[in-house]
Write a protein that binds this ligand. Structure first.
Ligand code: HEC
Length: 156
């Protein structure tokens, strides 16, 4: 009987650990928001960190569009690399754990697609093709915004 009980406790413990690991790796700290999106619950400075990255994204997209219109492909390359994988800012550990896996993947993919825009600008210098890639990339932005928002977590 005693053995069975400790076995049961072990199973409960392992299940709890697995659930915790699942939450950290896949789900993050989230809740369903009223507008149908998934709200990621973060602290005020964490939200500011992410939003400031976002504004950097948009500023670079704006400058890239201008550079394409001026047919200045070395400028396009330079700008796209500034938001590419080489410039990824380290997400602090506690925030990393709060972000769902899909969100992290989409973020990483967006940086990679900027690398792709830079490469296309360098390799072909074809403004139309670069614009097409930028259009594809912008779907990552709109897709993520449609699915997620950032809410402030309750004070603990
Ligand atoms: C992995 C998900 C994700 C990707 C990819 C993403 N964003 Fe965001 N972005 C967010 C979230 C979440 C917010 C906060 C939205 C909210 O709370 O309503 C946000 C907010 C923003 C804001 C508002 C910033 C502010 O100060 O309020 C801008 C601008 C923005 N994103 C631009 C972009 C651009 C441009 C891209 C693509 C190059 C992009 N984002 C890609 C998730 C993403």
């Amino acid at each position: 009987m005693k053995l069975k009980l400790s076995l049961l406790l072990n199973i409960v413990l392992i299940a709890a650990l697995a659930f915790g690991a699942y939450k950290v790796v896949f789900q993050g700290s989230v809740e369903e928001a009223d507008d149908g999106r998934t709200a990621i619950l973060v602290s005020v400075p964490e939200r500011e960190f992410l939003l400031s990255e976002m504004r950097t994204f948009l500023e670079h997209v704006q400058e890239i569009v201008v550079a394409i219109s001026e047919d200045d492909m070395s400028k396009v390359e330079e700008l796209a690399l500034k938001v590419g994988t080489a410039e990824i800012e380290m997400v602090p550990g506690p925030l990393f754990a709060k972000l769902p896996l899909e969100f992290k993947n989409l973020g990483m993919d967006t940086h990679k697609l900027f690398d792709g825009v830079a490469k296309e600008a360098l390799d072909t210098g074809d403004g139309k093709e670069v614009t097409r890639l930028l259009g594809d990339l912008l779907q990552n932005c709109t897709g993520c915004h449609a699915g997620y928002r950032l809410d402030i977590e309750p004070a603990s």
